[in-house]
Design a protein around this ligand. Structure first.
Ligand code: GLY
Length: 324
């Protein structure tokens, strides 16, 4: 992860044959002016703008195909670079297209949400949704550089900040008790949280460097995501909000199955309840279980959850019955 100030010299040095700037209708309005103001290299090289609608419903193969058609129309060659400016959806989609167009072109992630700064922009996972299943089609794309600018946080709503807080909480819960304590006692504001971005991103980078293809310890970064992905689709909630609900549930299961200390679980659950609305998901469990059966972590038909024995100590558990 580099600072945005380094992007200008990076682009000069790489001398890409063409630059493409992928944005959604929100980031085009609120974030692109900030980027263009700072990085003359993009303006001077007249990057081709690729704009898509700003909603998760467009994170599809069809949108990926539209972007590929635009790259072809502009005769993008293999030395072209796609700059993805946006939140998790743009990171996932841009990284996906960049990894398959001509078998891979360079991709630069400029995350504009707190969530994408600490999670989606890092680690090379790319994806589109398909048939109501989140991120079911995707690649690992390690041809990405990440450039972060906390000025983009000023463009976010409080709800979007809380989305990022959920992924930060997840990372600290699986990796670092002190940082977890700090986050739980930090008032949620752009100023206070920006100091936690670098430590959070560094934890993720460290985990990814040990297990880039998600076959071992990287799976712990999916804490809260098994139910989280299901409620995201079912209730049409934001990703961070959904992960918060998934963590609330997984903390209960961690106490039940892994002896996670109950007082710590209660404290974290109180934090989640204070910041995120929890729908009455118990009554919708039959439909949520059908969605969870599609989760990528599952093996041999059993639904897998990342659970915690303590903060920083996770395990992968298959739970067959007793899912409420
Ligand atoms: N968001 C989880 C991961 O990148 O592995």
């Amino acid at each position: 992860m580099k600072k945005i100030e380094e992007l200008q010299s990076y682009l000069k040095e790489k001398n890409f044959s063409q630059l493409f700037l992928l944005v959604d209708s929100n980031t085009s309005q609120h974030c692109m002016p900030i980027l263009l103001e700072k990085i003359d290299e993009i303006t001077d090289r007249q990057a081709t703008l690729l704009e898509i609608p700003a909603d998760e419903g467009h994170k599809t193969l069809k949108t990926a195909e539209d972007i590929i058609n635009s790259l072809m129309e502009s005769k993008a060659d293999r030395n072209s670079c796609l700059i993805s400016l946006g939140g998790g959806m743009i990171m996932d989609l841009g990284g996906f297209v960049a990894s398959i167009y001509k078998r891979g072109i360079q991709n630069i992630n400029v995350p504009t949400t707190l969530l994408s700064m600490v999670d989606a922009a890092i680690g090379g996972k790319t994806a589109v949704n398909h048939s109501d299943i989140k991120n079911i089609i995707g690649t690992f794309n390690f041809q990405s550089e990440v450039f972060v600018d906390t000025e983009f946080l000023n463009t976010l709503t409080n709800e979007q900040i809380k989305d990022g807080v959920a992924e930060m909480l997840k990372t600290f819960l699986v990796a670092d008790e002190n940082l977890c304590e700090t986050l739980l006692s930090t008032p949620i504001s752009k100023e206070t949280l920006s100091t936690l971005i670098t430590p959070c991103a560094e934890i993720k980078e460290r985990i990814v460097s040990q297990d880039p293809y998600d076959s071992g310890i990287r799976k712990k970064l999916n804490f809260g995501h098994t139910l989280g992905h299901a409620v995201e689709v079912f209730y049409n909630l934001s990703h961070g909000h959904s992960v918060a609900i998934g963590m609330y549930y997984a903390l209960g299961k961690s106490v039940q199955y892994c002896n996670f200390p109950i007082e710590k679980a209660e404290k974290i659950k109180q934090f989640i309840l204070a910041n995120y609305e929890i729908p009455p998901y118990e009554k919708d469990m039959p439909q949520l279980v059908s969605l969870m059966r599609q989760d990528k972590k599952n093996e041999q038909g059993k639904i897998s959850f990342i659970l915690l024995e303590d903060i920083g100590q996770s395990c992968l558990c298959s739970i067959d019955g007793d899912l409420i």
